[in-house]
Design a protein around this ligand. Sequence first.
Ligand SMILES: Cc1cc2nc3c(=O)[nH]c(=O)nc-3n(C[C@H](O)[C@H](O)[C@H](O)COP(=O)(O)OP(=O)(O)OC[C@H]3O[C@@H](n4cnc5c(N)ncnc54)[C@H](O)[C@@H]3O)c2cc1C
Length: 446
Amino acid sequence: MSENKKFDLIIVGGGISGTAMLYTLSKYTDLKRVCLLEKYNDFGTVNSSQLMNSQTLHFGDIETNYTLEKAATVKRSADMVKNYLETQKLEQPEEKLFSKYSKMVMAVGSKQVKELDARFDTFRTLFPHLKKINREEIGKLEPRVLKGRDPHQEILALVTEDGYTVDFGAMSRNFVKKSQALNPELEICTDTKLSSIQDLQTHYQLNTNKGVFEAEVVMVCAGGHSILYAKKLGYGKHFAILSMAGSFYTCPKVLNGKVYTMQQEKLPFAAIHGDPEVHNANVTRFGPTAKTIYLLERYNYPTYLEYLKVFGFTPKAIITLIKIASDWVILKYLLSNFVYDMPFIGKRSFLKEVRKIVPNIKLSELTFAKNTGGTRPQIVNNDTRKLEMGEAKIEGRNIIFNITPSPGASTCLGNAYKDTQTVMEFFKGKYTFDKAAFEKDLVDRA
Ligand SMILES: Cc1cc2nc3c(=O)[nH]c(=O)nc-3n(C[C@H](O)[C@H](O)[C@H](O)COP(=O)(O)OP(=O)(O)OC[C@H]3O[C@@H](n4cnc5c(N)ncnc54)[C@H](O)[C@@H]3O)c2cc1C
């Protein structure tokens, strides 16, 4: 008789994506035989860790590369996270999952100022709390932004009090804890590393270091690794990944809240911004940089071989890469970001970027944050020969793969909502999803 562990659904990956899915299933569906596999001994320790990302709950209000349509979608998901966090704060104030600071995007020079002004007119209905502020008001909120700045330089900012700064690692652990309380049948397996998935048509077989698991439906929420498993099962063959590591520099408090700059067109990465740390307002972080690395998981060197498998290095993938890098904006960006991580010259060249936010900051104030900053699995589409701007979801037979570059943490519950609907379709009406309750708790309150 088979000793395999059998479930209706298995989630692979205990980061913010996998745990948000776990929570959504536990709270809003009647699906009970669910299992979570996580290769480390805790949750949210990779890209979702507070050390590895910018800790920003992105609503689309200050991200100037988002269209109104994209901002509306991101806002809906971010509102879910915000509502979840506010409820947690009321229920368990001792569990610190987030801090709230002010948040602004600043335009410098007449071209940017005109652009931001026009943007405000378009976005103000979607974001009624967003305010347009002038030089004097910027100075009151963020004195260091004005100190040392050319008094003739035109500046304008959009600001909101909704600067949610989130410890997505702690939130992942909170999702697991809540799910366990909601569903005692849940099986949580840490230190359990998936090695391969086989589609046996009646069900999936998942081979791990802790034995064989079986499930009718599988959700792979393993960051860049998701695409590795997708490809092995024959899905997403036209995708490759550019692994974009992001580093940070820190300094003693120079900003009271989050200060973003205008984003550059064509780049799927946030322009360098300054943010107070989620658990320590006396530290300001600048970043993230964006450097291509050949690892699926930053600081985990054995993932080099896995990265090579995902990239494929087929002629098609190489031509796509050359095409992407032949765009001068992208090439220049990649080269300058490569320098930022280098000893001695890195800090000096990064200083120029930081001075766009805090003009009189000194070199001695900045420190390179070691072992900080994860990697964004940025999707390269070998068919369209383009770098895709957001997350990717690949659906197969009773299986979903989520690949989550930024702002994947902000959209975790929005993704879980979507995926739960798909999972219900996989089960063909055997289980139900109480969408009305989800929306009442997490959407309508916004
Ligand atoms: C520098 C940087 C800044 C960012 N800033 C922001 C931001 O401000 N706001 C925002 O919303 N997003 C931000 N992001 C993106 C965000 O961090 C990610 O989208 C999000 O954390 C992804 O969550 P995840 O659960 O999909 O992946 P991860 O957090 O990487 O979790 C994947 C999990 O899968 C597990 N796993 C992998 N392989 C296996 C296996 N074989 N078996 C079992 N388990 C496995 C891993 O151990 C891990 O726990 C940033 C990312 C970076 C790198």
